[in-house]
Design a protein around this ligand. Structure first.
Ligand SMILES: [Zn+2]
Length: 61
C-alpha cells in the first residue's frame, strides 16, 4: 500500500495540525518547524500518535 498525495493532503499533525510531508517510506514529518515531530509509517499506514512520534531533538537511529 502506498500513500497517495491526496491522502497526504488530508493528514495533519495531531499536535499542531501542521501539514505532514513524507520522509522516505518510513516516516511522516511535521512541516511546522516549531513542532517537527516525525510519525512512523507502518505497513503503509501512518501512525499519527504522539506517543509513537520521534522528537525532533532525538538522535536518528
Ligand atoms: Zn506538528
Amino acid at each position: 500500500m502506498n500513500l497517495e498525495p491526496s491522502q497526504l493532503a488530508i493528514l495533519t499533525c495531531p499536535v499542531c495540525h501542521g501539514s505532514l510531508r513524507r520522509d522516505g517510506d518510513v516516516e511522516l514529518v511535521c512541516d511546522n518547524h516549531a513542532c517537527g515531530l516525525a510519525y512512523p509509517v507502518v505497513d503503509g499506514i501512518p501512525v499519527l500518535l504522539v506517543d509513537e512520534a520521534r522528537r525532533p531533538d532525538a538522535a536518528r537511529a
